[in-house]
Design a protein around this ligand. Structure first.
Ligand code: PLP
Length: 376
């Protein structure tokens, strides 16, 4: 069986988890949490990174930091994971979905302006498959209309746009370290903050509404409950697992990129014959091979391909049911403009196995089985 995903494991995880235990510090903000925060800060150029319990938690923190008032709106794509939307709902925002571009499956930056009202407070973009949105255009709109920008970069760790790491361009960036992502700690994530004016509020939010972080830095002589908050800091055991992978981030990234390239070159003939569409990578970006997807003719052909792959013990998956047509999406938001591509393109898309350590021979086998589908 070729699985769709296997959690990343480089081999040094257990050593570091053991070390966290020996440190007699397995709660949050221990040695490994600090190491991971610092590594991400240095790698991305972010002035402040806070490891969180999930990508969803990072999105919740970002949404709470936006400080939505009743009736305030956030503009976001409908083609995304529920977390992107539900984080803003929890923070009290009304959702305004806009269409995606068919080439990258990212929010169509040209559709944002028309969705802005006097209630709009923020834009949340999703860098689908680790491929950057058109951030220059998006940041221009945000500046003109005085809006905050949240980057859902859950899939975009190690990707960049015009030389800038994803997650560092907008006001807040959100990473995920779920086991299905490029780097993992089981469940986990990180919040990246651009403006240091938000640092203290973010630390309070993450530490149950207390100024405990300030206390540990010796900036106050006792810590107390100062504002609303939650518990968004992960255990150092999980951070130790992640640290092993961050140390070998390039090895993981190169391995994934090689798999991505192998698929892409092997499917070029099918694309030429008009049988498949392959992912588009704009010139101005560097991606991280988070995903390899193909686009079939329509929903029926995709379902047939899933069954065909399954017959050959290959597991492939699709996503997402567009959020505006999901029960919660109807309750908490509206779609602005026309759904030209969100539904149509999501029904054609199929994700093939992609993970660190996927054997080249397995990729070749998957490629062959996909070719066979069109020959039969
Ligand atoms: C994975 C993912 C999330 C959620 O991350 P978790 O760590 O699973 O909470 C949010 N948005 C997108 C686009 C994702 O792919």
């Amino acid at each position: 069986m070729i699985y769709f995903n296997e959690p990343p494991f480089v081999g040094t995880e257990l050593t570091y988890v053991r070390q966290a235990i020996d440190n007699k510090k397995i709660c949050g903000d221990g040695e490994f949490t600090k190491k991971c925060n610092k590594w991400i800060e240095e790698k991305t150029g972010s002035q402040k990174v806070l490891l969180t319990t999930s990508g969803t938690a990072a999105l919740e923190m970002a949404a709470l930091l936006c400080d939505f008032q009743p009736g305030d709106e956030v503009i976001l794509p409908s083609y995304t994971f529920s977390s992107t939307a539900t984080a803003f709902v929890l923070a009290g925002a009304t959702l305004v979905f806009v269409d995606i571009r068919p080439d990258t499956m990212n929010i169509d930056e040209k559709k944002i302006k028309d969705a802005i009202t006097d209630k709009t407070k923020a834009i949340c973009v999703v860098h689908y498959a680790g491929v950057a949105c058109e951030m220059d255009a998006i940041m221009d709109i945000a500046e003109k209309h005085d809006l905050l920008v949240v980057e859902d970069a859950a899939q975009g760790v190690m990707s960049s746009y015009k030389g800038k790491a994803l997650g560092t361009i907008g006001d807040f960036g959100c990473f995920s370290f779920h086991e299905t992502k490029n780097y993992s700690m089981g469940e986990g994530g990180a919040l990246l903050i651009r403006d240091s004016a938000f640092n203290e509020k973010a630390e309070i939010l993450r530490e149950k509404g207390t100024n405990r972080s300030k206390f540990f830095r010796g900036q106050v002589d006792k810590y107390t409950w100062v504002d609303y908050g939650s518990s968004y800091l992960p255990s150092d055991l999980n951070a130790a697992y992640l640290w092993a992978q961050l140390e070998q981030a390039d090895r993981i990234n190169n391995d994934r990129l090689a798999t991505w390239k192998r698929y892409n070159e092997a499917f070029a003939d099918l694309e030429e014959q008009g049988l498949l569409e392959l992912p588009t990578i704009p010139d101005s970006i560097v991606h991280n091979a988070h995903m390899y997807y193909i686009k079939l003719k329509d929903l029926d052909e995709r379902q047939a391909m899933i069954a065909h792959l399954k017959e050959h013990n290959i597991l492939s998956v699709f996503h997402y049911i567009p959020l505006h047509s999901a029960p919660a999406g109807e309750k908490f938001g509206r779609f602005h403009g026309e759904d030209g591509f969100t539904t149509k393109e999501s029904e054609r898309l199929l994700r093939l196995p992609m993970f660190f350590g996927l054997a080249p021979a397995d990729v070749d086998f998957i490629v062959k089985v996909v070719h066979d589908f069109f020959e039969e």
